[in-house]
Write a protein that binds this ligand. Sequence first.
Ligand code: GLU
Length: 499
Amino acid sequence: MVERWKGKVIVMTRPVRVRFAPSPTGIPHVGNIRTAMSNWLFARHSGGKFILRIEDTDGARRVEGAVEAIMDSLSWLGLDWDEGPNVGGDYGPYVQSERLEMYRQAAARLVEQGDAYHCYCSPERLKEMREEQVSRKQPPGYDRLCRELTDKQCAEKESDGVKPVVRFKTPLEGRTTYNDVIFGEVTFEHGTLDDFVLLKSDGYPTYHLANVVDDHAMEISHVIRAEEWISSVPRHLLLYRALGLEPPEFVHHPMILGPDRAKLSKRHGDVSLLAFREKGYLSETMFNFLALIGWSLDDKTELLTRQELVDNFSLERIGKTGALFDHQKLDWMNGIYIRGLSQEDFTQRALPFLESGLPAEVKRPLSTEYIGQMLPLIQERAKTLAEVPDLVGFFFVDESDYEADSLIGKNMTAQSTIRALEVSEQRLEGLANFDTETLENLLRPLAEELELKTGQLFGTLRVATTGRTAAPPLFQTMTVLGKEVCLRRIKAALAKLDK
Ligand code: GLU
């Protein structure tokens, strides 16, 4: 398989295997999911495998329910994993806390060959050391006190019952250079790195060790992850080298930015993917929208189906600079996807929002037949599913707290409004059929008879029957409301004007 990147031909001898490797520390941020998507799109585009691996070796940061939220987020967007928790695979287990033995073996091997060492420094000593470094304005980092301990000194510490950590023996000189698929050539001086911990005293690995061991063991071909991990690459490359392993390709994704161009964070509002689901964005919208943050087909095409994104995805079109999370664009796009749903699909998706969003006094379960009549009237206008209960609330409850004045149209008086409502009431009362056509045939000529513009009469009737100045088309709305409700509300409107 040959792939061409940035004019260079890279011959890939290994099949594409990519992974999303979240730590279960909370509900996934849209940025994490964006990274998962790039992995998934790349795997699907190139016929490779997409792997889910849970990096849960930091017990202190583990959050209950986070793994479920990760899987829920991926599943909602249809980012199915070929290997991972729940589905298994030949390279499992896919949860790091179930792979501890592999990390311990790797650490032991590194110690044995002289690339790592036991460090017995107490947390208190390390804290003091750090404080001193800060006060002297030195970069923080381990001072390598245990690096040259003899076997005898180590044995003494052990017999005192001190549990060591394992640290990597970072070369004191030289540099590491690698070619990032997005950022190009990146060089790190070894002098800027300290002797980082590989294995903690409780026998758990650090991120660096577990990540490298697993990416190798799972035969990962491309590490596609967020830009913030770029500073880990030199440590990882040193580990690959010490373990005699060939590193994967590295692809660092620029950050998602808020409107102030700072990294998108809670400060900017909701940032978890699942919050957008709760707010009534469709998964199709989120898929399309997130795929275009920091990646583009041609700098102008905004609407792309899942298949088009898979067909066209390429790592080389991932941008180098952070990309904006544009809420306005998201709303616009969601409106388009909502309008594109079949009526039935729209009803199904809106139903849970209606169940939870309509006032408590509305009888549950809701009648899908009744809902099916009103939803087509607002489908054009809804930007999110969460707006639907508000857009259709007046179908369920008499919203009578509007101002009496809003019944009186432009160039109308209280008198002419009362007359218009009274005559309408009489005529509507006499109707045998209460359908859109009949209503139109009655009300259009009625406006003329009352010497009103149609807009004046319809406006008054709209407020009287819905309690709102903006509502879906009048005749259809009245048809769905039905004769009885319309007459009751017109009476109530007249009572309001009388006061
Ligand atoms: N566990 C890391 C995270 O939470 C993985 C980073 C990586 O992909 O190497 O994002």
